[in-house]
Design a binder for this molecule. Structure first.
Ligand SMILES: Cc1cc2nc3c(=O)[nH]c(=O)nc-3n(C[C@H](O)[C@H](O)[C@H](O)COP(=O)(O)O)c2cc1C
Length: 199
């Protein structure tokens, strides 16, 4: 895919950023489908890829799904401030904001309903992500790999499923170009306030 155009108007830059995030959430092959999420852990900064599962401009939120038992969840409960960084088609988006862990309620139920059976399987690992194992293993129960397993069993990971919604406070847009880079910073408040900054 060719590089995205670099709009001359701040409003068009912001439109483009949200369009790319919306495409990232809905299209598996978009470069914005996954990004690196940085959080604050006990030993300092921590970062990992997560898949973008929602991007809603009206509420300024991005979302991902995760295993409730994974260490990042405790980190986010203690320190909700996160940065989520994406790159594709010549554009870097550094999105930062406050993360909220959803463990119940309608948004969680509908997120689970939209999850494929392959996706649901991730939540069936027997131990928490990051637990020590005696050898190389996926940690999935043998039944999860049995094609004749009853369909309901695919839901056994449901209690481990969580959705994290990040309410964005800032989007830092950087466009790489041969003739020079461009950069703009947007801050959320009553709407978004943008300004050009030195790339
Ligand atoms: C491309 C890619 C996408 C990933 N997507 C997710 C995801 O959406 N949710 C998730 O919890 N982990 C995802 N992971 C695994 C995480 O990067 C990480 O290894 C795992 O969640 C444990 O993280 P933690 O120890 O910081 O909690 C993904 C990994 C890769 C390489």
């Amino acid at each position: 895919m060719a590089n995205l155009p670099a709009p001359d108007q701040l409003e068009s830059v912001l439109d483009q950023a949200w369009q790319q995030l919306a495409l990232g959430a809905s299209r598996r092959h978009s470069p914005f489908h996954q990004g690196v999420l940085a959080s604050i852990g006990e030993a300092g900064v921590d970062a990992r890829y997560v898949v973008l599962r929602g991007a809603e401009r009206s509420s300024h939120t991005l979302a991902f799904h995760t295993d409730r038992r994974s260490p990042k969840c405790e980190q986010l409960l203690r320190h909700p401030q996160v940065a989520w960084c994406f790159f594709g088609d010549g554009v870097q988006l550094r999105c930062s904001g406050l993360a909220a862990l959803l463990e119940a309620g309608d948004p969680l139920e509908s997120a689970w309903d939209r999850t494929t059976s392959f996706g649901r399987r991730c939540y069936r690992v027997e131990q928490a992500p990051g637990s020590r194992l005696d050898g190389p293993d996926s940690g999935l129960p043998a039944s999860a790999l049995d094609p004749n397993e009853p369909a309901e069993a695919a839901d056994s990971g449901r209690p481990n499923f969580a959705r994290v919604e990040v309410t964005l406070q800032q989007i830092d847009w950087l466009h790489l170009g041969h003739a020079g880079h461009r950069r703009a910073l947007f801050e959320a408040g009553d709407g978004w306030q943008g300004r050009w900054i030195q790339p």
